[in-house]
Ligand binder design. Structure first.
Ligand code: SAH
Length: 403
């Protein structure tokens, strides 16, 4: 441990002059926070990155002067950051600051300044900073660990008046537990009740405390009501009983997941709903199997289509002829069962038989399986390989990538 660890203090910078000397990436990283804290920021730099220039152009409270640092530039400053790539200039800045008794961070040689920048983050009204006697990697690692612990609810940090209540409709991502959003994970950590879909990442459920009631949406008894009504009822009932309910879904809650019906059921019952979008399998599953849904110069559109009903079925809302006629990527969900019908209608509508096809079962999980085929032979290959739902079928030129 350094004998000279920093004494941590919080600066109230609102309206106070702060001088940043240098306009490179170090300045670029500091400026947004200084501006956010209301400082009157003066940047003096020989050259500035485009991001620094854009900040000084677009944000109030920051001025940029493209010139060399001069003695006297620190006049009236409360706080100084010397962040040029020229150590002689940084030393001159630190010198002047020292003479003026103004705290100065030296980005190049921290111990030659009079202040250090902690590794920080803000979370729900908290400001948390870490210093480690100049060991930047250590302070950054501890900062990130604390941040993650808060997000996962391992450390509870709720403001007393920010009690989570009502229902959160959370997209859990495609399966890999790391692909839930930060907000989704935080809310999950506060749940009293979790109503989970079969496709919601199961590893996330394993992390829940023993006091959390986990309800498998597929197993809710529904007697005379429809399954979806029964799910809506459970959600509303638990929320009415004062529980914080997380409705955890696979992918995104509004992509073929009936999330909006659940939202309506809650709002009709007067229960507040927080929507937390998720990483949809429609994009993420192909991506992690090596296929981008768009690629410059190749496709200017992609369409996500439900294969829940057959083409020509009275309830079908899909214009399969239009899909057959377009050039872009088609991403089929829930389509394994009827792939013969979809391939046929696309071929008949004019999609070439050699159009590449990618099939991914259990994408982003340890059970992931992929299959590469063409539109002409995809149905046969899918049956041969025994592909079962859940699977994504990508049709289009991009599906030829990564094979
Ligand atoms: N809301 C979800 C989609 C629900 S529809 C989302 O945004 O991802 C269910 C269909 O999604 C499945 O039948 C399958 O086609 C697809 N799907 C979901 N997760 C998947 C995964 N991990 N791998 C492959 N397909 C998946």
């Amino acid at each position: 441990m350094s004998s000279e660890n920093a004494y941590l203090v919080g600066l109230l910078l609102s309206g106070r002059k702060v001088v940043v000397v240098g306009g490179g990436t170090v300045a670029q990283r500091r400026l947004p926070l200084l501006i956010a804290h209301g400082a009157d920021v003066h940047v003096i730099a020989r050259a500035a990155t485009p991001a620094v220039e854009a900040l000084s152009r677009d944000k109030p409270g920051i001025t940029l002067q493209l010139r060399d640092f001069r003695e006297g530039d620190l006049e009236g400053a409360w706080y100084v950051i010397a962040a040029t790539d020229d150590s002689a200039v940084n030393a001159a800045v630190a010198d002047e600051a020292e003479r003026r008794h103004t705290f100065c961070v030296r980005a190049d040689v921290a111990r030659d300044g009079s202040a250090v920048t902690p590794a920080t983050f803000e979370y729900d009204g908290l400001s948390i900073g870490v210093t480690a006697g100049g060991e930047h990697r250590r302070s950054a690692a501890i900062r990130s660990a604390i941040h993650e612990a808060l997000q996962r609810g391992i450390v509870a940090a709720d403001a007393p008046d920010a009690v989570t209540s009502g229902v959160a409709l959370v997209g859990g991502g495609p399966g890999d537990p790391e692909l839930i959003t930060v907000r989704g994970r935080r809310l999950l950590a506060h749940a009293d009740v979790v109503v989970a879909d079969r496709l919601a990442p199961q590893d996330l459920l394993a992390e829940l405390g023993p006091h959390v009631e986990v309800i498998d949406a597929a197993k809710i008894p529904y007697g005379r009501a429809m399954a979806q009504d029964a799910i809506n009822q459970v959600i509303v009932e638990r929320a009415r009983a004062g529980k914080f309910v997380v409705r955890l879904k696979g992918g995104d809650p509004f992509v073929f997941a009936r999330g909006y019906e659940e939202l309506l059921a809650c709002t009709e019952a007067g229960i507040p709903v927080t929507v937390v979008p998720g990483v949809t399998s429609a994009i993420a599953v192909p991506a992690l199997a090596g296929v981008p849904v768009t690629h410059r110069g190749m496709t200017h559109e992609f369409v996500v289509v439900s294969g829940h009903v057959a083409p020509g079925h009275p309830e079908s809302l899909v214009n399969w002829n239009a899909l057959a006629a377009m050039n872009g990527t088609i991403v089929l969900l829930m389509a394994v069962e009827r792939i013969e019908l979809f391939a046929k209608v696309l071929l008949e509508g004019g999609r070439p038989a050699d159009t590449p096809v990618l099939v991914v079962q259990h994408g982003t999980t340890v059970a992931q399986r992929t299959l590469r085929a063409t539109l002409g032979d995809a149905p046969e290959r899918i049956r041969e390989d025994g592909i079962r739902p859940p699977a994504i079928i990508v049709i289009g030129a991009v599906a030829g990538f990564g094979g």
